[in-house]
Design a protein around this ligand. Structure first.
Ligand SMILES: [Fe+2]
Ligand SMILES: [Fe+2]
Length: 154
């Protein structure tokens, strides 16, 4: 059985991950000179900060109640750490590598939030669905950017 602390810990990890994403996009901005790309990365960074704030607000509420009782076993099977493990980025990684890591992070975040949405109801479910959708959009935007860069180089 999952304790409320575990749910809280998962949300704390998600908050840390949103901060990581913000840092990643903020650093990535410094690696490019193309104005539309900088705008896009800035946009992504700001959205991650908003996600962080929404999750922090959720923690102020009754987090012990957000996982439905009959979903406890599925929740414990989730292996939250698999979704939220910090993505590794080596020192001196080039922009393409940063994009690959970011795409993976967005995919993992999307899956994590989508799973949480399945286990929750009401406002929590709505927030997780919203976040899952946003991370999917982020992943798609990064893929388009990645394709554009690879295409330009070849
Ligand atoms: Fe996010
Ligand atoms: Fe994202």
């Amino acid at each position: 059985m999952v304790s409320e602390t575990n749910v809280e810990a998962a949300i704390q990890m998600a908050i840390a991950r949103e901060q990581d994403a913000y840092d990643l996009y903020t650093n990535a901005k410094g690696m490019v000179t193309d104005a539309p790309t900088i705008d896009m990365l800035d946009d992504l960074a700001q959205q991650e900060l908003q996600h962080k704030a929404k999750l922090a607000t959720m923690l102020e509420g009754d987090v012990d109640k957000i996982i439905a009782r009959d979903s406890y076993s599925r929740y414990t099977d989730l292996k939250i750490g698999d979704y939220l493990a910090p993505a590794k980025l080596e020192e001196g990684a080039d922009f393409q590598t940063v994009l690959i890591v970011a795409m993976q992070k967005e995919k993992d975040s999307n899956e994590f939030y989508a799973e949480m949405a399945k286990l929750t109801t009401g406002a929590a479910k709505e927030l997780f669905e919203f976040l899952a959708g946003q991370e999917m959009i982020h992943k798609n935007k990064l893929e388009a950017l990645y394709d554009e860069i690879v295409y330009q180089e070849n």
